[in-house]
Design a binder for this molecule. Structure first.
Ligand code: ADP
Length: 290
């Protein structure tokens, strides 16, 4: 209830704020049964109408998977819209890659992060009933739990956010610049393949630690250029690879990882793999590691 959430966050104290995003602020709190949770408190007017919100949230709270951040509950009282999630103590992948969270991911760990989050998305696309398209796959929406298992957050949420408050690129298209499927942007036809595109960008981010748009350059384009003038060993690409993994680890399956990433960011949706195919490709890489 509203009262419980108010108590568990100390009346929404500033010091319990752990982040803020498109929907409003995120608080850390502890429920009366001791469970630590992350509470997303929507800015007034940032979410769509009450009825649509509730129907959608009830649906989302029934989705459970090891690689999805679970929705523990929601509160819709006194003009507030709050979503209560499992707390992810090890932060977002963006925070790991930028060194902000102090969680170092070696190459093998990055492969596991990719595989775990791919499984979460494949589940949403193929096993959730009805199927769910995430619409906003990116490194700040993939978090690490206490065992460094990757979990995808915010699935199904972007369609609940009203247009006015988001920094999205047009009124019909929702997503984040740099991750956005160019085909979806043009046609406004949303399919699961748009998530695959964003996930491909995310995989390139795991490899390079670069943001998808850096100094106005798109990472997808940069990698593509490097690969064109590359030899078999992707030698020219080496400078783009995150230096913290480049120098210290054996980059097992690098070629296959690049291949599946680049297929995922193909311009035409039909040229991209499905999320299950991405899962299979990543499983193969990790199996070959012995
Ligand atoms: P964005 O719009 O960038 O996705 P969010 O509103 O989803 O932002 O989240 C903002 C920040 O709050 C995240 O970057 C993360 O640091 C933190 N956060 C979100 N969800 C959780 C969670 N379940 N556990 C721990 N921290 C979280």
């Amino acid at each position: 209830s509203y009262d419980e959430l108010q108590t568990c966050t100390n009346n929404f104290a500033e010091r319990n704020v752990i982040g803020s995003g498109g929907y409003g602020q995120v608080y850390r709190g502890m429920l009366s049964d001791g469970q630590v949770v992350a509470i997303k408190r929507a800015q007034q007017g940032s979410m769509q109408g009450a009825l649509e919100f509730k129907t959608e949230i009830e649906l989302l709270s029934r989705v459970h998977h090891k690689n999805l951040v679970g929705l523990v509950g929601f509160c819709f009282e006194q003009g507030e819209q709050m979503l209560v999630y499992e707390f992810m103590p090890n932060g977002t992948i963006r925070d790991s890659l930028s060194g902000k969270s102090g969680i170092y991911l070696d190459w093998k760990r990055r492969l596991h992060v990719a595989l775990g989050s791919a499984r979460g998305l494949a589940y949403l696309h193929e096993l959730a009933n009805p199927p769910i398209i995430h619409r906003d796959v990116k490194s700040t929406n993939i978090l690490l739990d206490e065992n460094l298992t990757a979990k995808v957050a915010d699935f199904g949420l972007s369609k609940l956010v009203s247009d006015a408050l988001t920094c999205h690129v047009s009124t019909q298209v929702k997503g984040t610049m740099g991750y956005l499927d160019p085909e979806y942007y043009q046609t406004q036809q949303l399919t699961a393949k748009s998530d695959v595109y964003s996930f491909g960008v995310f995989m390139l981010e795991l490899l390079t630690a670069k943001r998808p748009i850096e100094k106005r350059k798109f990472i997808v384009r940069q990698v593509r250029m490097m690969m064109n003038k590359d030899d078999e060993e992707h030698y020219g690409l080496r400078d783009m690879i995150d230096s913290s993994i480049r120098d210290t680890t054996n980059l097992i399956g690098l070629g296959q990882f690049l291949e599946i990433s680049m297929q995922s960011v193909e311009d035409l949706p039909e040229d991209r793999p499905t999320m299950s195919e991405v899962v299979k490709a990543l499983e193969t890489i990790l199996q070959n590691d012995g």
